[in-house]
Design a protein around this ligand. Structure first.
Ligand SMILES: *[C@@H]1O[C@H](CO)[C@@H](O)[C@H](O)[C@H]1NC(C)=O
Ligand SMILES: *[C@@H]1O[C@H](CO)[C@@H](O)[C@H](O)[C@H]1NC(C)=O
Ligand SMILES: *[C@@H]1O[C@H](CO)[C@@H](O)[C@H](O)[C@H]1NC(C)=O
Length: 561
């Protein structure tokens, strides 16, 4: 990268003509681009850059405290969820930050737009030359060798001293996000719609009736229209209505086969109904939510590519869309993600705090834990365990996978481990300490023992039958598990609301206390990766299956029903 240093120097001179002050705070610096990217050429100074800046949030500690106050079963305020404005007030920048940032924007002739309800995330467009000057950067064109895709990034950037403590992240700068991928393995064809048979043994394939029988999930229709479930869609993954109808006809003959979902789109998203364009992930997610959460109003939230969240691929935009509602859906499931170290830590904190706000508003945020065992979202060659994203965020619930009926064991791909970005929250202390007592010093140095541990819970995740373009397939992955667990939560919420009680909201403080024994404890199976056997499931919590798989009757009792 010798050449790049020289090049950066000349660019700065060209751009500003005045020496940059020494009193600058470097916010990020790397020596080389990530593997796979090569420097192609300097970015033209006239090229317009779409920049995002994150302002320092006024009171993230207060948000965390408020979240635990309404989510901890022993708290007097348990279930007393915050309003939209109350939750937003914690992440809104302080008046001082707003004044400092506005003065800086004005001084530099920049007009910015607020991208979130709380105004902690701003967007604007400026030419590369001006961005280089403002951030002491050297924006250049990098090419991804595999994808042949060009992207404009810089190896370092800094901000003037007066912005320190007010501006936390500029994007894009030094990180190169890959596209967030869905968590399922390539489907195996099972045949045409008319040949589909329900295998009652649940040995080779899992259908709705298997999950209902295994976990005691009721088939009675939900009664409360105010209890809703939202299913995230990204990456042109479209949920097909005709496929859902065939799926319900086959596996829920007791339900109306016209039961469907509603669409909410953002960032230019859509839900194309061309049969051949049905997405495996979207169909899986919708078929198992509509199919298990009987008559719970289901929302398919489809994000396009016109994202406002700085290459978080619409994750933050989607959280903000839900936060903008006065009564957001109480269960929200996502089966997509990259790895933690691919996401800039500042962006990661902002997104995690958006999930904290959702939790404080009474929403259970659920994610598939990832399909690479201890090697990340997907199987990879690694020398240290890889953490999928946003599994490390302590304010949401990660769902891993199991397989087999008797015994039910951890699925080999079920991602689990310990975050490098987020410290272990205290609700996990006892559970994780017990696991470390078993683990001893095995794998020391391969994982971060002080990090947030995951997953929290699990469900079956291998050979789920789905209908795609009117044919039956078997799909595997933690993508099967998050919609399944989210549907269980939605049914419990329906019963709670019907009994005049609050929905469950952020689950973890409850999962790690009152509800920890309301699971089928999974004590076998491991999640290999990085040339190791991975972690082993044991009695109690473990980083393969969390507390285990749901026992609906026990969960009802734990929820006070
Ligand atoms: C999944 O299905 C394949 C056949 O498509 C079968 O070979 C395999 O044993 C099944 N796995 C489980 C765990 O049922
Ligand atoms: C890991 O490396 C080996 C040898 O280079 C290669 O054959 C294999 O495909 C790699 N696996 C993954 C998941 O990248
Ligand atoms: C381990 O986790 C802690 C707590 O989140 C963090 O402060 C530390 O930087 C992490 N260490 C590494 C090597 O990532």
């Amino acid at each position: 990268m010798f050449g790049l240093g020289v090049f950066a120097f000349s660019l700065c001179l060209l751009a500003s003509g005045t020496p940059l002050s020494d009193n600058r705070k470097v916010l990020a610096r790397r020596d080389t681009p990530p593997a796979g990217y090569t420097l192609t050429r300097p970015a033209s100074p006239d090229t317009l850059l779409k920049l995002r800046i994150a302002l320092v949030q006024s009171n993230p500690a207060g948000l965390e405290e408020a979240l635990y106050d309404v989510s901890t079963p022993t708290s007097p305020n348990y279930g007393q969820f915050l309003t939209k404005d109350e939750a937003a007030s914690y992440v809104a920048p302080s008046p001082e930050t707003q004044t400092v940032i506005n003065a800086w924007l004005e001084q530099n002739d920049i007009s910015a737009t607020a991208l979130t309800p709380a105004g902690d995330w701003l967007g604007f467009q400026i030419p590369v030359g001006k961005a280089n000057e403002l951030f002491d950067a050297a924006y250049s064109v990098y090419t991804h060798e595999g994808a042949g895709k060009e992207t404009i990034r810089t190896l370092s950037y800094s901000i003037p001293q007066e912005l320190e403590g007010h501006l936390s992240v500029v994007y894009p700068t030094t990180t190169y996000l890959p596209t967030f991928s869905a968590s399922y393995s390539f489907p195996k064809s099972l045949g045409q719609a008319d040949d589909a048979t329900v295998n009652p043994s649940c040995i080779n394939t899992i259908t709705l009736s298997c999950l209902q029988a295994l976990y005691g999930i009721p088939t009675t229709p939900a009664t409360e229209k105010s209890s809703r479930i939202a299913v995230a869609g990204f990456d042109d993954q479209w949920a097909n209505e005709a496929d859902l109808m065939t799926f319900l006809k086959t596996y829920r003959p007791d339900m109306s086969d016209t039961t469907t979902f509603t669409l909410q789109d953002l960032d230019g998203g859509s839900n194309n109904q061309t049969p051949a364009d049905a997405g495996v992930e979207a169909n899986l997610d919708i078929q198992y939510t509509v199919g298990i959460a009987t008559d719970v109003p289901t929302l398919f939230v489809s994000a396009g590519y016109d994202n406002h969240d700085g290459d978080l691929d619409g994750f933050l935009d989607m959280a903000d869309l839900l936060l903008n509602e006065d009564s957001p859906p109480q269960a929200f499931t996502t089966s997509y993600g990259p790895n933690e170290d691919d996401v800039p830590i500042g962006l990661s904190y902002n997104l995690c705090n958006a999930y904290a706000q959702l939790g404080a508003r009474g929403v259970s945020v659920l994610f598939a834990s990832g399909d690479g065992g201890v090697s990340g979202t997907q199987s990879s060659n690694c020398t240290e365990f890889v953490v999928p994203f946003p599994d490390g965020c302590p304010f949401m619930t990660n769902v891993g996978s199991t397989t087999g009926i008797s015994p039910e064991i951890g699925a080999f791909f079920s991602s689990g481990g310990f975050s490098n970005y987020y410290a272990r929250p205290s609700y996990q202390d006892a559970a994780v300490t017990a696991y470390f007592n078993y683990l001893g010093d095995t794998y020391q140095g391969l994982y971060n023992a002080s990090g947030r541990a995951f997953p929290d819970v699990a469900t079956q995740g291998i050979n789920f039958t789905v209908v795609i373009d009117q044919e039956f397939y078997a799909v595997s992955g933690t993508s099967c598990s998050s919609p399944t667990f989210a549907s269980v939560v939605a049914l419990l919420n329906n019963e709670l609301i019907s009994a005049g009680k609050s929905p469950l909201g952020f689950l973890n403080p409850w999962l790690y206390s009152t509800a920890s024994t309301a699971f089928n404890d999974i004590t076998e199976g491991n999640n290999p990766g990085c040339g190791t056997d991975g972690f082993y499931a044991i009695a109690g919590w473990d980083p393969v299956t969390g507390w285990g798989t749901p026992d609906y009757a026990k969960l009802k009792t734990a929820a006070g029903l």
